[in-house]
Write a protein that binds this ligand. Structure first.
Ligand code: 5GP
Length: 120
């Protein structure tokens, strides 16, 4: 499926919609989720037009891939959860319940997060 440049995170990257930035560099933008599910809930997205982790790992350069994952760890550090622990998660496609078709990695932390996945 072709990348949809009208998706909400593409619009955030273009500055058309505001966000609360946590971190930004040449490869990634990190911002607070609008509906946080934990005391720390940040979304980390690549700056390039990639729909999902499948698309990203197939088409992105080594530098883009390294840059995104370094940004994820940087966000954990900046939000103060590195010492206590945190979780990264990326929903992909229909069964993964991905709502926004631009790759994003959720960073959760700030409280014990419980088991990895619910039964629902
Ligand atoms: P997904 O289900 O695709 O993994 O997660 C999408 C996430 O994007 C959700 O947690 C949702 O709260 C967040 N989100 C959706 N629209 C916006 C927005 O306009 N701004 C921000 N900061 N987060 C958003």
């Amino acid at each position: 499926m072709a990348y949809d440049p009208g998706n909400i995170f593409a619009r955030i990257l273009r500055g058309e919609i505001p966000c609360k930035t946590v971190y930004e560099d040449a490869f990634a933008l990190a911002f607070h989720d609008i509906h946080p599910q934990a005391p720390v809930h940040v979304l980390v997205i690549p700056k390039g037009p990639y729909e999902s982790m499948d698309d990203f790992t197939a088409r992105a350069s080594e530098a883009e891939i390294a840059g995104l994952f370094r940004a994820v760890a940087k966000v954990a550090d900046l939000t103060g959860v590195t010492a206590t622990g945190w979780r990264m998660l990326s929903n992909i496609g229909e069964h993964g319940h991905q709502e926004v078709p631009h790759l994003h990695i959720h960073v959760f932390g700030g409280r014990p997060l419980g088991r990895m996945i619910g039964k629902g």
